[in-house]
Write a protein that binds this ligand. Structure first.
Ligand code: FMN
Length: 400
């Protein structure tokens, strides 16, 4: 089979160097990548780097290799065009159909999905001209990834940072596999918790669990792809922030509860995928607990943590809010799941079997989604993103 053909457009932003990592992700996963930088982009990263990393020639102008009619062919043959970083200038040119270099010509001749990953100073991103250009591009079916909040060029911080290249790659992978997703969650705010809480014993030790956060991140990514505003409450995941998602980092169950309750206040749906510790040590030692010669260690006394899923299910922040829980079970999986669904009072419960090498940390999952209405939706073994999409299908049906 032919390799999927990806055009990586790079425009002249300081984040151009991050596109090298995106390029590597594509080439290492079997894509044929043609890099089309703008002349400004070459001030940041030279043509030799793009050519060597992609294994393909690099031009910025329509006047190179004219006999190959590149200004038309590159776009026509592409399976995906992604522009990362996309400058304010490039968004304006694309929105208005300008065609004064090879990349803008390629954007006009491409009939495949197009993804823009803008990066710029907050003022440029928020300017009404840029807002209108982004709206125009989205309206035409392009995917425009929301920039992240964080450090910008120089000492400035704010919205406008290029999302992590790994996460831009994830957006592109989904678009290549499934086309541009129908934005059926547009106008909705969803909250997802992910990862595993850590309950400290002293400044260096904690009681934790094996949850990697990957299922919660897949839920956040898919909701963002479906047009939702997403708040991800992340507990100790160490994963890059999904593109276009607001991430709140927490450590303990108590901190996770606080963050979930705050974000859930105006949410249409809350999906609790995090593994929240049921118990925490009753005391916290301000200094590291020392080993004492000839003495047995003091027992660890535990106290209960708040039951966040039961609390938000019983006391919905707004009418019609859909609450989804996860049950990680090691035995009697379905029976325990049904009992948990009844006990917690949520609308949906995703029940999966966990254990060493099963689910935790893996890229795949297998589950049954139980509904409070008695429904039962089995999700066969597959990528965590597929389970995430099934959860959002069920949530979307309940929001209607
Ligand atoms: C150091 C430096 C950093 C820049 N970073 C950005 C940026 O991150 N985003 C942006 O939209 N423009 C940025 N610009 C401005 C663009 O380079 C300028 O608008 C240029 O005309 C864009 O050309 P292009 O869209 O054809 O690549 C930067 C300029 C300089 C000198």
């Amino acid at each position: 089979m032919d390799k999927p053909k990806v055009v990586l457009g790079v425009s002249g932003g300081i984040a151009a160097y991050k596109a090298c990592e995106l390029l590597r992700r594509f080439t290492e996963s079997g894509h044929d990548v043609r890099v089309v930088p703008t002349a400004s982009a070459l001030h940041f990263v030279g043509a030799a780097t793009w050519s060597a990393l992609s294994g393909n020639p690099v031009s910025t102008e329509v006047w190179d290799d004219v006999h190959e009619v590149q200004h038309v062919r590159i776009g026509q043959q592409a399976d995906l065009v992604v522009v990362a970083p996309a400058t304010a200038d490039m968004l304006a040119k694309a929105a208005h159909g300008l065609a004064d270099d090879l990349l803008t010509n390629t954007l006009l001749t491409a009939r495949c999905p197009v993804v823009f990953a803008p990066a710029m100073h907050t003022e440029m991103w928020e300017h009404p001209a840029t807002r209108e250009n982004v709206a125009t591009l989205r309206c035409r079916g392009a995917v425009v990834i929301e920039p992240a909040v964080g450090r910008l060029t120089g000492v400035d911080t704010g919205k406008g940072r290029l999302p992590d290249p790994v996460e831009i790659f994830e957006v592109c992978r989904r678009v290549l596999a499934r086309g541009v997703t129908e934005p059926d969650l547009e106008g909705r705010h969803v909250v997802v918790s992910a990862g595993g809480t850590r309950e400290p014993l002293d400044p260096v030790r904690f009681l934790g669990n094996r949850s990697s956060g990957k299922q919660g991140y897949a839920l956040a990514r898919t909701a963002a792809a479906r047009g939702a505003r997403v708040t991800l409450i992340a507990a100790n995941t160490g994963l890059p922030d999904p593109a276009g998602v607001d991430v709140v980092q927490v450590g303990t169950a108590v901190q996770l509860r606080e963050a979930v309750l705050k974000a859930a206040a105006d949410a249409d749906a809350v999906v609790m995928a995090a593994a929240v510790a049921d118990f925490r040590p009753s005391t916290y030692a301000a200094g590291k607990i020392k080993k004492k010669d000839g003495q047995d260690p003091a027992p660890i006394v535990l106290v209960r943590n708040p039951d966040i899923l039961a609390e938000i299910s019983a006391d919905r922040a707004r009418p019609g809010q859909v609450v989804v829980g996860f049950a990680a079970e090691t035995d009697d999986v379905l029976a325990n799941g049904r009992a948990k669904l009844a006990r917690k009072g949520c609308d949906l419960l995703v029940v999966n079997e966990v254990g060493e090498g099963k689910t935790f940390g893996s890229e795949e999952n297998e589950a049954v989604v139980l509904g409070a209405d008695g429904s039962e939706t089995p999700v066969p073994h597959g990528p965590k993103e597929a389970l995430a999409d099934t959860v959002w299908d069920l949530v979307a049906a309940r929001l209607e």
